[in-house]
Design a protein around this ligand. Structure first.
Ligand code: 13P
Length: 340
């Protein structure tokens, strides 16, 4: 393991003004996204869509890295350049999703365990050869009556740390993603409580399994009301609660925290990030690693129509730039109408 190289990459991933594009939707998830624009999920459509995002003029200035899916890291731009190579040449670090998804946890109804540890070392070696310098593993924790259980949190944290240690062994920066879902009707307070439990156990496991904190990036949920909550906490409350929880649980040795958007609207996700950055300085960088919040409006603008390729790119670059501004607290909702 080369810790100084891992630390250099981790710092580059969370550099001010930039964040990460999560474009690692599995075949099932991208099909759902394409269904929303009535587009068949063929390999060529998936390739074209990813090319639209990666080559969007003006986006690279706000994108430090891109998380790819196994199929995507094997694909090329129209002119034959492998995506990973294209990204690296344009200053965006290629990353790769390596988990194989959250599956039902036997004996624990309503809870999941993320799979993918078997054979992971060999896959990491292959992905490093293809240019990946960081990876992602997503653990999923749902909130409902009687869940999450302490056991499900422990099992998921254990797997996250196993993954992270294997990544570092192979000179790949692990993005450690314990996602507390915002799907339920729970309050912000309940989300805070569960997020605290999860982060406590995750960092215990990372220490126990000798993961070097300087060579990782944390990808947490924000502390936020459930989508179905009757009363949703305002943006300022989300920012304050999220920062409070992270200060309590994330050691200063971690270079950066890159949030998932988790079903927030694009403008909410940008505003929350900006409000948090205004509460700094912090020992770590706070940035984005958004999937839906960066892509949703671009996907609609494109709509699978070749003539709208540039319109999709303009929209993606706009959202990336607005989120880039949010990493320094300089985003304001008024910028929505002026940007790009
Ligand atoms: P969302 O921002 O859409 O939550 O996706 C981020 C991600 O990579 C989830 O694993």
């Amino acid at each position: 393991m080369n810790l100084s190289e891992l630390n250099r990459v981790a710092l580059a991933m969370v550099t001010k003004g930039k964040g990460i594009l999560a474009a690692d939707e599995s075949s099932g998830t991208i099909k759902k996204r394409f269904d929303s624009i009535k587009l068949d999920s063929t390999e060529e459509h998936r390739r074209t869509y990813r090319e639209m995002l990666f080559t969007a003029p003006g986006a690279a200035g706000a994108v430090s890295g891109v998380i790819l899916y196994d199929e995507t890291i094997h694909q090329k731009t129209r002119d034959g350049t492998p995506f990973a190579q294209y990204l690296a040449r344009n200053g965006m670090i290629p990353g790769i999703k390596v988990d194989l998804g959250a599956k039902p946890l036997a004996g624990f109804p309503g809870e999941t365990i993320t799979e993918g540890l078997d054979g992971l070392r060999e896959r990491l070696i292959e992905y490093h050869g293809l240019g990946a310098r960081f990876a992602k593993w997503r653990a999923v924790i749902d909130i409902a009556a009687g869940i999450p259980t302490a056991f499900a949190i422990q099992a998921n944290a254990h797997a996250l740390a196993r993954y992270a240690a294997l990544c570092q062994e192979n000179d790949i920066v692990p993005i450690v993603e314990p996602e507390v879902l915002m799907d339920g009707a729970h309050s912000l307070g309940r989300c805070a409580e569960v997020t605290e439990q999860v982060l406590t156990v995750v960092f215990d496991e990372l220490f126990a399994q000798r993961v070097q904190l300087e060579g990782m990036v944390l990808k947490p949920n924000m502390v936020i009301s459930g989508k179905k909550a009757s009363e949703r906490a305002p943006p300022e409350a989300v920012a304050e609660a999220t920062v409070r929880v992270l200060k309590r649980h994330v050691p200063a040795a971690v270079p950066g925290i890159a949030f998932l958007s988790g079903g927030q609207s694009p403008t909410e996700a940008t505003l929350h990030l900006s409000l948090m950055n205004r509460l700094g300085p912090f020992p770590w960088a706070l940035t984005f690693s958004y999937g839906r919040a960066l892509q949703d409006t671009a996907l609609k603008a494109w709509g699978g129509v070749p003539a709208n390729f540039a319109a999709g790119q303009t929209e993606f670059a706009r959202r990336a730039q607005l989120n880039g501004a949010a990493t320094t607290g300089r985003y304001a909702p008024e910028m929505e109408s002026r940007a790009a």
